[in-house]
Design a protein around this ligand. Structure first.
Ligand code: UDP
Length: 328
């Protein structure tokens, strides 16, 4: 297939591009490089620097490319920032996706896989999370992703779009061959922050809340390896059904607490990694982990990395070889 990947220079995007190329697809990456990295893009993929905000340029690229499908990663993803600047998030994540869908309809590209998030569930009242639970995001970031799911559902009904929304849990790890990995600026995610302490780039890791109703008092999350996320996208773009939006959780089905993650990082790196207990971070649900049986039944996909230690090992290989990320 000829596949257009919006945001293909980002963390999950670049790992997916690599997996698409390995599966024999012809890939064009479209990325503004505001957050992505040119060096993260597989050399076998074509690269266009562009912004989804520029609907006209986008329409031209899609018309000329004769693409079979689109995978859409381009979005802002910082929950705290989305609370402070909601309209910036709606413009970038929702309005720009509207441009993309309009350009797709005009160019007759009728297949899309969209990066959604477990943040669409807000604070679920049941665990593990199944796709049918109420969608009640508690921050603008999650609300923008849910809004896009609505545009996809309505487009599927109206013009036969084949759409899949993948609701990721916590993306983590790096490519098994060490070639690409995570590099956010600023970095706000737990595993890379803990590994930065091991690298001596930070003095300690702050544990946000130790009084949650969980066995060790810290938050539980489902850390899904980025290569597993990548393979889920490949299956989804190949198998999307016309006229429907299908939404799937993509997680391991296992939860790990913040303390467990820090301990696993100590064991993997051999560094002491001082931790400081702090108050809760506003907006963090106590526990989130996936029931991923729906995507297994539909696409035969399940996570290959089920032990978070192996995910951390892959991340550590990347961060220790590239302590300044792509600047190395
Ligand atoms: N967390 C933490 N210290 C940090 C960063 C994160 O204790 O410096 C916790 C955070 O409260 C959450 C978990 O680690 O419970 C995962 O946070 P992250 O920001 O990586 O992902 P999120 O689950 O918020 O998408």
């Amino acid at each position: 297939m000829r596949i257009f990947v919006a945001g293909g220079a980002g963390y999950v995007g670049s790992h997916t591009v690599k997996a698409l190329v390995a599966a024999g697809h012809e890939v064009t990456v479209f990325d503004s490089l505001v957050a992505g990295h040119r060096d993260a893009v597989d050399p076998a993929a074509a690269f266009i620097r562009g912004d989804l905000a520029d609907g006209r340029a986008l329409a031209d690229v899609l018309k000329q490319g004769r693409f079979d499908g689109v995978i859409h990663f381009a979005a802002f993803l910082n929950v705290g920032e989305s609370v402070e600047k909601p309209l910036m998030y709606y413009r970038n994540n929702v309005t720009n996706t509207l441009n993309l869908l309009e350009a797709m309809e005009a160019a007759d590209v009728r297949r899309i896989v969209f990066s959604s998030t477990c943040a669409v569930y807000g604070e679920p009242d049941r665990l593990p999370i199944t796709e049918d639970l109420p969608k009640a995001p508690i921050n603008p970031y999650g609300a923008t992703k849910l809004a896009v799911e609505g545009m996809l559902r309505d487009s599927a009904g109206a013009w036969g779009l084949a759409a899949v929304a993948l609701r990721y849990f916590n993306a983590a790890g790096a490519a098994a061959d060490g070639s690409i990995g995570e590099d956010h600026s600023p970095e706000l995610h737990l595993i890379p922050l803990v590994l930065q302490v091991a690298l001596g780039q930070r003095e300690n890791i702050k544990i946000f809340g130790t009084d949650y109703p969980t066995p060790d008092g810290t938050c539980i999350r489902d850390y899904i390896h980025v290569d597993d996320l990548a393979s889920a996208h490949v299956r989804a773009i190949e198998g999307a059904k016309p006229g429907e939006l299908e939404a799937f959780n993509v997680g391991t089905g296992r939860g790990n607490s913040v303390r467990e993650i820090i301990e696993a990082c100590r064991s993997v790196t051999g560094h002491a990694i001082p931790a400081i207990e702090q108050a809760r971070r506003p907006g963090d649900p106590p526990s989130l982990y996936a029931d991923a049986s729906k995507i297994k039944a539909r696409f035969g996909w399940s996570a290959r990395y089920v032990d978070v230690r192996e995910t951390i090992e892959s991340a550590w290989r990347w961060h220790s070889a590239h302590p300044a990320g792509y600047a190395n």
